[in-house]
Write a protein of this length. Sequence first.
Lengths: 314, 505
Amino acid sequence: MKHFLLASFLAGAIALPAAAADYSIMAPAAPGGGWDQTARTMQNVLQQEKISNRVQVMNVPGAGGTIGIAQFASQQKGNPNALLVGGYVMVGAILTNKSPVTLKDVTPIARLTGEYEVIVVPSSSDIKSIGDLVAKLKADPGSVSWGGGSAGGTDHIGAGLIAKAAGVDPTKINYIAFSGGGEALAAILGSQVTAGISSYGEFESQIKAGSLRLLAISSAEKIDGIDAPTLKESGLDVVLQNWRMVAAAPGITEEQKKAIATDIEKLAKSGKWQENLKTKGWMDTYLSGAAFDEQLAKDIASTETILKEIGLVK
Amino acid sequence: MSTFEFLLQGLASAAEPMNLLYALIGVTLGTMVGVLPGIGPATTVALLLPVTYQLDATGSLIMFAGIYYGGMYGGSTTSILLNTPGESASIVTALEGNKMARAGRGGPALATAAIGSFVAGLIATLALAFIAPYIVKLALVFGPREYFALMVLAFVTVSSAFGNSTLRGLTSLFIGLALSLVGIDQLTGQNRLSFGVPDLLDGIEVTTMAVAMFAIGETLFIAAQGAQAPDKVEAIKGSVWMTAKDWARSWKAWLRGTVIGFPIGAMPAGGAEIGTFLSYATEKKLSKHPEEFGNGAIEGVAGPEAANNASAAGTLVPLLTLGLPTSATAAIMLAGFQQYGLQPGPLLFATNPQLVWGLIASLLIANLMLLVLNLPLVGLWVKLLTIPKPWLYAGILVFATLGTIGANPSVFELGMLLVFGLIAYVMRVFDYPIAPVIVGLILGPLAEQQLRRALSISQGDFTVLFTSPIAAVLLFIAAVALILPLVLRMRGRGDVLTQMAASED
């Protein structure tokens, strides 16, 4: 019994800081994923850099973040201490899940990090270049099975965009959705699928070890230290970034929004944050204010188009 | 340096007094948080990871290993004592463990779980150290069609192991399968059976379901009996410790559980639950006391608990050799490793041998600590059961609710907990087994997704399901397991089987 009390004490102690939190960050995903790690890194840096005294992270997992954003929009209305981590995956999930709550119902503050998509094949594959893959795709779209993350996510959208740019009907692509990067990677390494598509970080160590062959990257320009042509150079007009952002609650005042934006800018420019980006292999793609709003609107529009073309959104 | 020297060096540094203290703190914290129902090892590790950041690399790695194993173990305590599984991998433990606890054998149940976890953890960690590169090769051979065949085998063996009536067992299984369809279809991203309720988009949470089915349903059942129910659970009958007979019945189950759990844990889409299901079914098949299954058979606790811990170590195989996080816990560990500047991947063993062997040594130490911490506590835990029934069940309700709300803060989730609790109560009243519902809920989506992936890759050609040697063998074993009892029955030897089946709960 004593230990039960102790256990409940401990649970209480973990929950307690909530009351004194300066910021409470919602990660609309289960512990361990990219959004969760972003939220927890923000928590650490905000505290270490003394931007905020107490920061708490809360996980509301499910459905590409649409469950979290719905809860956030309704429960945190007007709360200047509440933050939500999100990203490009959420843009697609809101569309495919027909979520009634969208990014318009929260207050986007800034884009923080991003990762580019890469296309890989197992090193034993007879596909040597992105040209080979496109040729195979053109000959018979169904014969190229793409392994990647969840349906309608960045990886799926990337495969659709590549097909479209190559002049292949995007509805014909044979995309195999796996839950989580690990499972997809295993299927690619085991040559269960023809090619893999995901963010660079997922494949980095395998590429370095020589068990995966890197065919192309989805950035606009070549990236230092990544030895692969961009899709653009290869004649496929596709630029795609899996970015992560932070948003504030709906219904806050302009001053409150400004205060949050200032804190987030401090965070993004801090030495500790940059250090963390480096160890985690995230790219700094900080963008805020009107420029971010504009980019966000553009991304939403182009995502809607491609999801309709793939046939995931009616 | 050779593998062995690295390991010895790791052990030496892990055995320093300060580091032993860190291990003890880690195991204690991990067990305490892991005990809370609904809070599985993944959440435990995520909550407690920041604690380890304050220490140096070796110290934090050791504390981290302690938290991991502690969290894994904590779930089984509530399964056995309160019939409230803390996470999906300890659901099977509740089946026999709680029956034992209520027959006054809670002590031996907890002890066999603790020692079984230790034995499995020890063997599996050593296997991780020495044969990880070979195991991972085997794991990579498993594609969608092989996984599908494995699921078929799991369905066949597991469904024959639950309940006395095939019809009732299958009914329960199909309720689980139907519920497993709820939510976003993983392969197309489209909603199924969610009726516009956003909380249902992600499907029905297994832990919520398990807690509802076991804890809430049971509480309602006991409450409904009212004054007719025996006043108190008999807390201790005979020794608190395992008898010679318990040892004799447990050790083989531990070893079998380890052998089943480790490779399945190492498979990227394996998962800890399947190992526990298969281990339970195996123990039931091989037991000399099949009549005790359903009434508290010690093998039914020993095997699955060993399988559960072995698969926890198995998860580290793809993580350390390939950098593949194959479970939520592993993904959090990956984040933890990055904190120490460690980038798991195929080159890890070559580039960071000290840290890898340090981790493996830490796991061994943590495993030992767990035993040291938990065996003396068995006597204390068992006293929980001496609490008068109304208090005990009120406490179970509080913890079940807290755990669910803690893991998933939503009113709808609580509503589901209550509704499924009511359904479980009705099922109990009409004598339908509960466990197959959970089995269906867990295995259903796995089987469906793997089948569809396999067919999608082959562009609709069904023959691929049989053309892989591994898949063919697995399906063949499944077919034998399904047909053999039927043949035996037809040849007039069915009396024995029927009798065996009838004496099961």
